[in-house]
Design a protein around this ligand. Structure first.
Ligand code: CAA
Length: 551
């Protein structure tokens, strides 16, 4: 029999609970919203009215509709007010004893056939259910922050759950305009297991001091194309929540990649929980605000070069030449072995992009001829023509480096990585090594900035920052698929609908190429021997078979 869910109870009116109230009330359901004290219930009312008022002031909602939505919600401070609910969803802090207490109390209040749902982001639903009188009516309904905006609802089933209940909750989520993904009970479910380990990696990267806070965020937002940089997202979610999920993931898997970074633990102890306390990785104008008030972390910015050579052929080289010319700099483009390399003499910054591509297949992109035949000779001619004091910038890890290897040992080399544009911008990463002169790094940084690229300066490590964040994240998605927990489509839905990704991990791998991702991971793994960086066997299989994950 199809369930008729008309009255919904929400327990716990923090950020998530209040957002869930808004979602249900907007979908036309009656809501009884309960928190522990009259003050907390009032705070919940305040969250709801502020969110709806904001929508009215932005012209997204009629004032009359706002009043109707608010009119569907009753705020209360007693669980007994939930006696008439068809479904109660709990969104209280992530502590098993609190949840068990609430569920035990609700067991004695709600009707026998009413459903008990938890918005837990990581605790075991099986354990929550097992502590209740009717475990078969307990289910997970996990929303994503901000709940009114993000479409994902993870529906978590346990060994007690029958298909009728999971089907009813799936239909309810669809009625709310959400995208449900039904999965079994595993630490972190789909989205958090992937997202929180990605965020933990970002925090660990920040902890090293190898990259600034803003550059790290730009790597996620502009480099990968995600809606927010990782540290900004940590502040939105709440560092206490992230730590709780890390703890649950680590306890379940003992995977060092999921362990809470020391800095995260310290920030939680210090009460720097993110936006909600007004301070996390950033400082905000007040608690609950998203307006950052502190200045960007200082980076040394030098003067841009006014004379630059770009050696190489292909789209990247052509784009670079165009960008640099638009700054008014004098640009020497050397894209063909027939060109006279003496034009490089006296040029203070020489950028080496892939190619020139002559047709022989060395395995590099674009049929480059690198050291083979005439081009190899041309490469050493270029190396000889470059001034000993010129800053040489290899922009790929293929041909550019082959030229760089022909240089005199004291020529300053500053590797850079030019990324393709995402919907939010375009990144150039500039690597700084132990021997690199900081002024050479800041000249390259300034030159690429002047050319309209957003730069990231980071220590010279495999994957620099963008790939070092993204590739392990993609690898984790492949491991999850290979473990049989969720399909590639469900994983992609979880990350697009739950975290606002423009495309899911498998769509990303298919676009980048499984071979490229596996090779990048292998380089990172070779450098650190970190287990999470070893390319997943299924990724290697796809790379070898040149077979996409989707479609
Ligand atoms: N409540 C209601 N609506 C909100 C909102 C909120 N708290 N925050 C933003 N919005 C609305 C805005 O009103 C705006 O609506 P319109 O387009 O209709 O005007 C829309 O969302 C976009 O907002 P903004 O223009 O202000 O900003 P944006 O484009 O940068 O989007 C964002 C903001 C939706 C938060 C987006 O950056 C995003 O999706 N970020 C990723 C968030 C994410 O990953 N969440 C998952 C966290 S993990 C989790 O929640 C699970 C867990 O258990 C820990």
């Amino acid at each position: 029999m199809a369930r008729d869910i008309k009255i919904v109870g929400v327990v716990g009116l923090g950020t998530m609970g209040a957002g869930i109230v808004e979602v249900f009330a907007k979908a036309g359901l009656q809501v009884v919203a309960v928190d522990g004290t009259p003050e907390l219930a009032d705070r919940g009312r305040g969250f709801l009215t502020r969110s709806l008022d904001r929508a009215v002031s932005r012209g997204k909602l009629e004032a009359a509709t706002r009043d109707e939505i608010v009119g569907r919600v009753t705020f209360a401070d007693q669980l007994t007010r939930l006696s008439g609910a068809d479904l109660v969803i709990e969104a209280v802090p992530e502590r098993m004893e609190i949840k068990n207490d609430i569920f035990a109390t609700l067991d004695g209040i709600i009707a026998e056939d009413a459903i008990l749902a938890s918005n837990t982001s990581s605790l075991s639903l099986t354990e929550i259910a097992a502590h209740t009188r009717h475990p078969s009516r307990v289910i997970g309904m996990h929303f994503f922050n901000p709940a009114p905006v993000l479409a994902l609802v993870e529906v978590i089933t346990t060994l007690f759950t029958d298909d009728e209940l999971s089907g009813a909750i799936r239909s309810l989520a669809e009625r709310l305009g959400k995208q449900p993904v039904v999965v079994s009970d595993r630490a972190g479910f789909v989205a958090n297991a992937l997202l929180i380990t990605y965020l933990a990696r970002a925090i660990r990267t920040y902890e090293t001091g190898h990259v600034s806070r803003e550059d790290l965020d730009n790597a996620g937002k502009l480099g990968i194309g995600l809606p927010m940089g990782p540290l900004t997202l940590c502040d939105l979610i709440g560092l206490d929540v992230i730590k709780e999920v890390c703890d649950v993931l680590y306890n379940a898997t003992h995977d060092p990649a999921a362990a809470p970074p020391a800095l995260l633990t310290q920030m939680v102890i210090a009460g720097r929980l993110g936006r909600k306390t007004g301070r996390g990785f950033y400082t905000y104008e007040k608690s609950g605000s998203g307006v950052v008030t502190d200045a960007p972390e200082p980076v040394a910015i030098g003067a841009a070069a006014t004379s630059i050579a770009v050696v190489g052929a292909g789209e990247v080289a052509a784009d670079l030449v165009k960008r640099l010319e638009s700054t008014g700099a004098s640009v020497t483009a050397l894209d063909d072995p027939t060109r006279d390399t003496s034009t490089l003499a006296g040029v203070p910054v020489v950028m080496l992009t892939g190619g020139p591509h002559g047709g022989a297949d060395c395995g590099h992109e674009g049929d480059c001829t690198c050291e083979e035949d005439a081009t190899g000779a041309w490469f050493s001619e270029i190396a000889t023509a470059i001034d000993r004091t010129a800053i040489v910038v290899p922009t790929d890890d293929q041909c550019g480096w082959i030229i760089a290897e022909h240089l005199e040992s004291d020529t300053p080399v500053v590797p850079a990585r030019l990324h393709v544009a995402t919907r939010t911008g375009q990144i150039a990463e500039v690597a700084s090594g132990l021997d690199t002169d900081p002024s050479a790094v800041s000249t390259v940084d300034a030159t690429l900035r002047a050319a309209g690229l957003t730069t990231i300066v980071a220590r010279d490590r495999a994957g620099l920052v963008v790939d070092a964040l993204l590739y392990p994240h993609l690898n984790a998605a492949v491991q999850m698929l290979d473990s049989g927990y969720a399909s590639a489509t469900d994983i992609d839905t979880a990350m697009t609908a739950g975290c606002g990704y423009p495309k899911g991990p498998f769509a990303m791998i298919d676009e980048i190429g499984a071979d490229e991702v596996a090779a990048g991971l292998a380089r990172m793994h070779g450098e650190t021997n970190e287990q999470a960086l070893a390319p997943a066997p299924l990724l290697i299989e796809h790379a070898v078979a040149a077979k996409p994950f989707l479609g």
